[in-house]
Unconditional design. Structure first.
Length: 417
Protein backbone atom coordinates (compact mmCIF):
# COMPACT_ATOMS: atom_id res chain seq x y z
CA UNK A 1 0.00 0.00 0.00
CA UNK A 2 1.40 3.40 -1.01
CA UNK A 3 0.21 6.28 1.20
CA UNK A 4 -0.66 9.70 -0.16
CA UNK A 5 1.60 12.62 0.73
CA UNK A 6 -1.03 13.97 3.12
CA UNK A 7 -1.17 10.59 4.90
CA UNK A 8 2.62 10.57 5.07
CA UNK A 9 2.66 14.06 6.62
CA UNK A 10 -0.03 13.11 9.14
CA UNK A 11 1.59 9.87 10.32
CA UNK A 12 5.19 11.08 10.42
CA UNK A 13 4.05 14.31 12.05
CA UNK A 14 2.46 12.16 14.74
CA UNK A 15 5.65 10.11 15.09
CA UNK A 16 7.72 13.30 15.38
CA UNK A 17 5.51 14.68 18.15
CA UNK A 18 5.43 11.41 20.13
CA UNK A 19 9.06 10.34 19.70
CA UNK A 20 10.16 10.70 23.31
CA UNK A 21 12.37 8.24 25.15
CA UNK A 22 15.39 7.73 22.92
CA UNK A 23 16.00 5.51 19.88
CA UNK A 24 14.63 2.27 21.35
CA UNK A 25 11.25 3.86 22.09
CA UNK A 26 11.28 5.71 18.75
CA UNK A 27 12.05 2.56 16.76
CA UNK A 28 9.26 0.75 18.60
CA UNK A 29 6.83 3.61 17.87
CA UNK A 30 7.65 3.54 14.16
CA UNK A 31 7.24 -0.24 14.04
CA UNK A 32 3.81 0.15 15.60
CA UNK A 33 2.75 2.90 13.18
CA UNK A 34 4.31 1.59 9.95
CA UNK A 35 4.16 -2.20 10.31
CA UNK A 36 1.50 -3.12 12.85
CA UNK A 37 -1.22 -0.49 12.42
CA UNK A 38 -0.99 -0.08 8.65
CA UNK A 39 0.53 -2.23 5.90
CA UNK A 40 3.11 0.30 4.73
CA UNK A 41 6.20 -1.83 5.45
CA UNK A 42 6.54 -5.57 6.05
CA UNK A 43 8.47 -6.94 9.02
CA UNK A 44 11.50 -8.07 7.01
CA UNK A 45 11.89 -4.77 5.20
CA UNK A 46 11.66 -2.88 8.50
CA UNK A 47 14.32 -5.00 10.20
CA UNK A 48 16.69 -4.81 7.25
CA UNK A 49 16.26 -1.04 7.14
CA UNK A 50 17.01 -0.87 10.86
CA UNK A 51 20.21 -2.86 10.33
CA UNK A 52 21.25 -0.47 7.58
CA UNK A 53 20.62 2.56 9.78
CA UNK A 54 22.68 1.05 12.61
CA UNK A 55 25.56 0.61 10.17
CA UNK A 56 25.48 4.28 9.14
CA UNK A 57 26.71 7.25 11.19
CA UNK A 58 24.02 9.50 12.63
CA UNK A 59 20.80 9.05 14.63
CA UNK A 60 19.47 5.65 13.60
CA UNK A 61 15.83 6.41 14.43
CA UNK A 62 15.78 9.57 12.29
CA UNK A 63 17.46 7.71 9.46
CA UNK A 64 14.98 4.85 9.79
CA UNK A 65 12.14 7.37 9.42
CA UNK A 66 13.89 8.83 6.36
CA UNK A 67 14.32 5.38 4.83
CA UNK A 68 10.66 4.52 5.46
CA UNK A 69 9.56 7.74 3.78
CA UNK A 70 11.92 7.07 0.84
CA UNK A 71 10.65 3.51 0.50
CA UNK A 72 7.05 4.71 0.45
CA UNK A 73 7.26 7.91 -1.63
CA UNK A 74 10.81 8.29 -2.94
CA UNK A 75 13.03 11.28 -2.15
CA UNK A 76 10.03 13.52 -1.39
CA UNK A 77 8.74 11.00 1.12
CA UNK A 78 12.19 10.71 2.71
CA UNK A 79 12.46 14.47 3.12
CA UNK A 80 8.99 14.66 4.67
CA UNK A 81 9.53 11.76 7.07
CA UNK A 82 13.04 12.76 8.16
CA UNK A 83 12.14 16.44 8.48
CA UNK A 84 9.03 15.82 10.57
CA UNK A 85 11.00 13.53 12.87
CA UNK A 86 13.36 16.41 13.75
CA UNK A 87 11.35 19.65 13.48
CA UNK A 88 9.07 19.35 16.58
CA UNK A 89 12.00 18.68 18.89
CA UNK A 90 14.11 21.42 17.25
CA UNK A 91 11.38 24.01 17.89
CA UNK A 92 11.10 22.97 21.54
CA UNK A 93 14.89 23.08 21.96
CA UNK A 94 14.93 26.65 20.60
CA UNK A 95 12.40 27.72 23.26
CA UNK A 96 14.28 25.87 26.02
CA UNK A 97 17.55 27.60 25.15
CA UNK A 98 15.86 31.00 25.50
CA UNK A 99 14.39 30.04 28.87
CA UNK A 100 17.68 28.53 30.03
CA UNK A 101 19.65 31.65 29.06
CA UNK A 102 17.14 33.88 30.86
CA UNK A 103 16.48 31.88 34.02
CA UNK A 104 19.15 29.15 34.22
CA UNK A 105 21.16 30.90 36.96
CA UNK A 106 18.23 31.26 39.38
CA UNK A 107 18.70 29.11 42.52
CA UNK A 108 15.35 27.31 42.11
CA UNK A 109 16.11 26.53 38.47
CA UNK A 110 19.56 25.23 39.40
CA UNK A 111 17.94 23.06 42.09
CA UNK A 112 15.57 21.59 39.51
CA UNK A 113 18.51 20.99 37.16
CA UNK A 114 20.29 19.04 39.89
CA UNK A 115 17.38 16.60 39.91
CA UNK A 116 17.50 16.41 36.11
CA UNK A 117 21.27 15.84 36.11
CA UNK A 118 20.93 13.04 38.66
CA UNK A 119 18.34 11.42 36.42
CA UNK A 120 20.61 11.71 33.38
CA UNK A 121 23.23 9.61 35.20
CA UNK A 122 20.67 6.81 35.54
CA UNK A 123 19.37 7.24 31.97
CA UNK A 124 22.88 6.82 30.57
CA UNK A 125 23.45 3.77 32.79
CA UNK A 126 20.19 2.32 31.48
CA UNK A 127 21.35 2.87 27.89
CA UNK A 128 24.66 1.22 28.80
CA UNK A 129 22.93 -1.80 30.30
CA UNK A 130 20.55 -2.26 27.36
CA UNK A 131 23.28 -1.92 24.74
CA UNK A 132 25.78 -4.15 26.54
CA UNK A 133 23.24 -6.99 26.74
CA UNK A 134 22.95 -6.97 22.96
CA UNK A 135 26.52 -6.11 21.99
CA UNK A 136 28.77 -7.94 24.45
CA UNK A 137 27.85 -11.52 23.58
CA UNK A 138 31.37 -13.01 23.72
CA UNK A 139 34.84 -12.47 25.18
CA UNK A 140 36.14 -10.69 22.06
CA UNK A 141 33.46 -8.00 22.11
CA UNK A 142 33.81 -7.52 25.87
CA UNK A 143 37.54 -6.98 25.28
CA UNK A 144 36.80 -4.37 22.60
CA UNK A 145 34.44 -2.58 25.01
CA UNK A 146 37.07 -2.60 27.76
CA UNK A 147 39.77 -1.28 25.47
CA UNK A 148 37.42 1.40 24.17
CA UNK A 149 36.76 2.58 27.72
CA UNK A 150 40.46 2.67 28.65
CA UNK A 151 41.35 4.44 25.38
CA UNK A 152 39.01 7.37 25.97
CA UNK A 153 38.99 7.48 29.80
CA UNK A 154 42.67 7.05 30.55
CA UNK A 155 44.42 8.01 27.30
CA UNK A 156 41.90 10.61 26.06
CA UNK A 157 42.14 9.21 22.51
CA UNK A 158 39.81 10.75 19.88
CA UNK A 159 36.46 9.03 19.45
CA UNK A 160 36.80 8.66 15.63
CA UNK A 161 40.10 6.77 16.10
CA UNK A 162 38.47 4.36 18.55
CA UNK A 163 35.58 3.73 16.15
CA UNK A 164 37.92 3.13 13.22
CA UNK A 165 40.07 0.70 15.20
CA UNK A 166 37.00 -1.25 16.39
CA UNK A 167 35.58 -1.45 12.84
CA UNK A 168 38.89 -2.76 11.47
CA UNK A 169 39.15 -5.29 14.29
CA UNK A 170 35.63 -6.57 13.61
CA UNK A 171 36.13 -6.64 9.85
CA UNK A 172 39.52 -8.40 9.89
CA UNK A 173 38.65 -10.88 12.64
CA UNK A 174 35.49 -12.16 10.94
CA UNK A 175 35.60 -15.96 10.98
CA UNK A 176 32.24 -16.85 9.45
CA UNK A 177 31.56 -18.17 6.01
CA UNK A 178 30.99 -15.87 3.08
CA UNK A 179 27.42 -15.44 1.94
CA UNK A 180 26.99 -17.70 -1.08
CA UNK A 181 23.53 -16.40 -1.97
CA UNK A 182 23.23 -14.50 -5.20
CA UNK A 183 23.90 -10.82 -4.64
CA UNK A 184 21.16 -8.53 -5.98
CA UNK A 185 22.16 -6.32 -8.91
CA UNK A 186 23.47 -2.85 -8.11
CA UNK A 187 21.64 0.29 -9.24
CA UNK A 188 22.97 2.38 -12.12
CA UNK A 189 26.50 3.69 -11.47
CA UNK A 190 25.44 7.27 -12.22
CA UNK A 191 22.79 7.38 -9.49
CA UNK A 192 25.12 7.38 -6.46
CA UNK A 193 27.47 9.89 -8.10
CA UNK A 194 24.59 12.29 -8.76
CA UNK A 195 23.14 11.79 -5.28
CA UNK A 196 26.52 12.31 -3.65
CA UNK A 197 27.27 15.46 -5.66
CA UNK A 198 23.88 17.04 -4.88
CA UNK A 199 23.83 16.31 -1.15
CA UNK A 200 27.49 17.03 -0.50
CA UNK A 201 27.01 20.43 -2.13
CA UNK A 202 23.88 21.09 -0.08
CA UNK A 203 25.57 19.95 3.12
CA UNK A 204 29.00 21.58 2.87
CA UNK A 205 28.30 24.53 0.56
CA UNK A 206 26.83 26.77 3.31
CA UNK A 207 29.74 25.89 5.61
CA UNK A 208 32.26 26.91 2.96
CA UNK A 209 30.32 30.15 2.50
CA UNK A 210 30.49 30.86 6.25
CA UNK A 211 34.24 30.25 6.20
CA UNK A 212 35.02 32.53 3.24
CA UNK A 213 32.83 35.33 4.61
CA UNK A 214 34.70 35.38 7.92
CA UNK A 215 31.90 34.07 10.19
CA UNK A 216 34.38 32.36 12.50
CA UNK A 217 32.10 31.15 15.30
CA UNK A 218 29.39 29.91 12.94
CA UNK A 219 31.91 28.23 10.63
CA UNK A 220 33.69 26.60 13.59
CA UNK A 221 30.36 25.29 14.87
CA UNK A 222 29.32 24.10 11.43
CA UNK A 223 32.55 22.26 10.62
CA UNK A 224 32.70 20.65 14.04
CA UNK A 225 29.13 19.33 13.85
CA UNK A 226 29.77 18.20 10.27
CA UNK A 227 32.72 16.14 11.51
CA UNK A 228 30.56 14.86 14.33
CA UNK A 229 27.93 13.71 11.82
CA UNK A 230 30.50 11.43 10.18
CA UNK A 231 31.54 9.63 13.39
CA UNK A 232 28.22 9.40 15.25
CA UNK A 233 28.06 5.60 15.40
CA UNK A 234 26.07 4.13 18.25
CA UNK A 235 23.79 7.07 18.91
CA UNK A 236 24.15 10.35 20.75
CA UNK A 237 25.33 8.83 24.04
CA UNK A 238 28.40 7.40 22.35
CA UNK A 239 29.45 10.67 20.73
CA UNK A 240 28.78 12.93 23.72
CA UNK A 241 32.23 12.23 25.15
CA UNK A 242 33.83 13.42 21.90
CA UNK A 243 31.52 16.44 21.80
CA UNK A 244 32.44 17.31 25.37
CA UNK A 245 36.15 16.99 24.63
CA UNK A 246 35.74 19.59 21.89
CA UNK A 247 33.12 22.11 23.01
CA UNK A 248 34.18 22.20 26.68
CA UNK A 249 37.92 21.47 26.68
CA UNK A 250 39.16 22.57 23.25
CA UNK A 251 36.96 25.51 22.20
CA UNK A 252 35.59 26.32 25.68
CA UNK A 253 32.29 27.41 24.12
CA UNK A 254 30.31 26.28 27.18
CA UNK A 255 31.09 24.88 30.62
CA UNK A 256 30.88 21.29 31.83
CA UNK A 257 27.77 22.12 33.89
CA UNK A 258 26.10 23.69 30.85
CA UNK A 259 26.93 20.59 28.79
CA UNK A 260 25.24 18.37 31.37
CA UNK A 261 22.23 20.71 31.48
CA UNK A 262 22.05 20.55 27.67
CA UNK A 263 21.76 16.78 27.70
CA UNK A 264 19.20 16.85 30.50
CA UNK A 265 16.97 19.25 28.58
CA UNK A 266 17.44 17.35 25.31
CA UNK A 267 16.14 14.25 27.13
CA UNK A 268 12.82 16.05 27.74
CA UNK A 269 12.06 16.76 24.07
CA UNK A 270 10.77 14.58 21.25
CA UNK A 271 13.05 13.66 18.36
CA UNK A 272 16.63 12.38 18.29
CA UNK A 273 18.79 13.03 21.33
CA UNK A 274 21.50 14.38 19.02
CA UNK A 275 19.41 17.57 19.02
CA UNK A 276 21.70 18.35 21.94
CA UNK A 277 24.00 19.74 19.22
CA UNK A 278 21.42 22.44 18.51
CA UNK A 279 21.19 23.29 22.20
CA UNK A 280 24.98 23.55 22.52
CA UNK A 281 25.24 25.71 19.39
CA UNK A 282 22.40 28.03 20.39
CA UNK A 283 23.73 28.47 23.91
CA UNK A 284 27.17 29.22 22.47
CA UNK A 285 25.64 31.81 20.15
CA UNK A 286 23.56 33.31 22.97
CA UNK A 287 26.66 33.73 25.15
CA UNK A 288 28.70 35.24 22.30
CA UNK A 289 26.17 37.50 20.57
CA UNK A 290 22.65 37.29 21.96
CA UNK A 291 19.46 35.99 20.35
CA UNK A 292 20.28 36.68 16.64
CA UNK A 293 23.56 34.75 16.84
CA UNK A 294 21.87 32.00 18.88
CA UNK A 295 19.26 31.48 16.15
CA UNK A 296 21.92 31.47 13.43
CA UNK A 297 24.09 29.02 15.39
CA UNK A 298 21.12 26.70 15.96
CA UNK A 299 20.30 26.71 12.24
CA UNK A 300 23.93 25.92 11.37
CA UNK A 301 24.05 23.04 13.88
CA UNK A 302 20.80 21.54 12.58
CA UNK A 303 22.00 21.82 8.99
CA UNK A 304 25.44 20.33 9.67
CA UNK A 305 24.01 17.52 11.81
CA UNK A 306 20.96 16.36 9.85
CA UNK A 307 21.54 17.09 6.15
CA UNK A 308 24.15 14.27 6.01
CA UNK A 309 21.50 11.87 7.33
CA UNK A 310 19.62 12.38 4.07
CA UNK A 311 22.87 11.89 2.15
CA UNK A 312 23.62 8.56 3.84
CA UNK A 313 20.08 7.22 3.34
CA UNK A 314 19.53 8.37 -0.24
CA UNK A 315 23.00 7.05 -1.13
CA UNK A 316 22.77 3.70 0.67
CA UNK A 317 19.06 2.81 0.54
CA UNK A 318 19.12 1.54 -3.08
CA UNK A 319 21.95 -0.82 -2.04
CA UNK A 320 20.21 -2.26 1.01
CA UNK A 321 19.82 -5.73 -0.49
CA UNK A 322 23.49 -5.80 -1.47
CA UNK A 323 24.65 -4.61 1.97
CA UNK A 324 22.62 -7.35 3.62
CA UNK A 325 24.70 -9.91 1.71
CA UNK A 326 28.02 -8.64 3.14
CA UNK A 327 28.70 -10.43 6.47
CA UNK A 328 32.08 -8.73 6.99
CA UNK A 329 30.30 -5.37 7.14
CA UNK A 330 28.05 -6.78 9.83
CA UNK A 331 31.15 -7.96 11.75
CA UNK A 332 32.63 -4.45 11.50
CA UNK A 333 29.38 -3.02 12.86
CA UNK A 334 29.50 -5.42 15.80
CA UNK A 335 33.03 -4.24 16.55
CA UNK A 336 31.88 -0.61 16.49
CA UNK A 337 28.91 -1.39 18.73
CA UNK A 338 31.15 -3.11 21.28
CA UNK A 339 33.52 -0.13 21.38
CA UNK A 340 30.52 2.16 21.80
CA UNK A 341 29.65 0.30 25.02
CA UNK A 342 33.05 1.26 26.41
CA UNK A 343 32.62 4.87 25.29
CA UNK A 344 29.18 5.08 26.94
CA UNK A 345 30.71 3.65 30.14
CA UNK A 346 33.18 6.53 30.01
CA UNK A 347 30.28 8.95 29.57
CA UNK A 348 28.55 7.43 32.61
CA UNK A 349 31.64 7.89 34.75
CA UNK A 350 32.19 11.46 33.48
CA UNK A 351 28.57 12.44 34.18
CA UNK A 352 28.56 10.90 37.64
CA UNK A 353 31.83 12.53 38.67
CA UNK A 354 30.78 16.00 37.47
CA UNK A 355 27.34 15.84 39.08
CA UNK A 356 28.37 14.27 42.39
CA UNK A 357 31.65 16.05 43.10
CA UNK A 358 32.60 19.72 43.19
CA UNK A 359 36.32 19.29 42.44
CA UNK A 360 37.82 16.69 40.10
CA UNK A 361 41.57 17.11 39.63
CA UNK A 362 43.41 14.90 37.14
CA UNK A 363 46.19 12.51 38.12
CA UNK A 364 48.81 11.92 35.43
CA UNK A 365 51.07 8.88 35.06
CA UNK A 366 53.01 9.16 31.84
CA UNK A 367 50.49 9.04 28.95
CA UNK A 368 47.63 8.25 31.35
CA UNK A 369 45.41 11.03 32.70
CA UNK A 370 42.83 9.88 35.25
CA UNK A 371 40.14 12.17 36.77
CA UNK A 372 40.21 11.65 40.54
CA UNK A 373 37.52 13.42 42.59
CA UNK A 374 38.13 14.99 45.98
CA UNK A 375 35.89 13.01 48.32
CA UNK A 376 35.36 16.03 50.57
CA UNK A 377 33.51 17.78 47.73
CA UNK A 378 30.84 15.06 47.43
CA UNK A 379 27.35 16.60 47.01
CA UNK A 380 25.12 14.49 49.27
CA UNK A 381 21.93 15.95 47.77
CA UNK A 382 23.07 14.92 44.29
CA UNK A 383 23.95 11.44 45.57
CA UNK A 384 20.52 10.98 47.17
CA UNK A 385 18.75 12.32 44.05
CA UNK A 386 20.70 9.89 41.87
CA UNK A 387 19.66 7.00 44.13
CA UNK A 388 16.03 8.13 43.94
CA UNK A 389 16.19 8.32 40.13
CA UNK A 390 17.65 4.81 40.05
CA UNK A 391 14.76 3.49 42.12
CA UNK A 392 12.18 5.18 39.87
CA UNK A 393 13.70 3.87 36.63
CA UNK A 394 15.14 0.46 37.54
CA UNK A 395 12.85 -0.64 40.39
CA UNK A 396 9.51 1.08 39.78
CA UNK A 397 9.89 1.14 35.96
CA UNK A 398 8.81 4.75 35.60
CA UNK A 399 9.10 6.27 32.14
CA UNK A 400 11.80 8.80 31.30
CA UNK A 401 9.46 11.80 31.06
CA UNK A 402 7.72 11.07 34.38
CA UNK A 403 11.06 10.44 36.11
CA UNK A 404 12.59 13.69 34.85
CA UNK A 405 9.56 15.69 36.00
CA UNK A 406 9.49 14.06 39.45
CA UNK A 407 13.23 14.45 39.96
CA UNK A 408 13.14 18.14 38.94
CA UNK A 409 10.49 18.65 41.62
CA UNK A 410 12.57 16.63 44.10
CA UNK A 411 15.56 18.88 43.38
CA UNK A 412 13.45 21.94 44.17
CA UNK A 413 12.19 20.26 47.34
CA UNK A 414 15.75 19.57 48.51
CA UNK A 415 16.52 23.27 48.00
CA UNK A 416 14.07 24.18 50.76
CA UNK A 417 15.31 21.54 53.22
Amino acid sequence: MTPTLSELVRIFGRIGLLSFGGPAAQISLMHQELVEKRPWLDEQSYLRALSLCMLLPGPEAMQLATYAGWRLRGVTGGLIAGGLFVIPGALIIAVLVGLYAAFGDLPLVQAAFLGVKATVIIIVLQALRNLSRKALTDVEHRAIAGLGFVAIFAFNLPFPLIILAAALWGYLSFKGEANTAQTPPAPSATRPLRTCAIWLTLWLGPLVLLSVTGQKLLSDLGWFFARLAVVTFGGAYAVLAYMTQTVVDKYQWISTDQMIDALGLAETTPGPLILVTQFVAMLTGQISGGIPLALAAGAVALWATFVPCFLWIFLAAPYLDQLAARPRLSAALHGITAAVVGVILNLSVWFALNVLFGTIPELAWGPLTIPWPELATLNLNALLLTFMAGVLIFKLKFGMGMTLALMAMAGVGFHFL
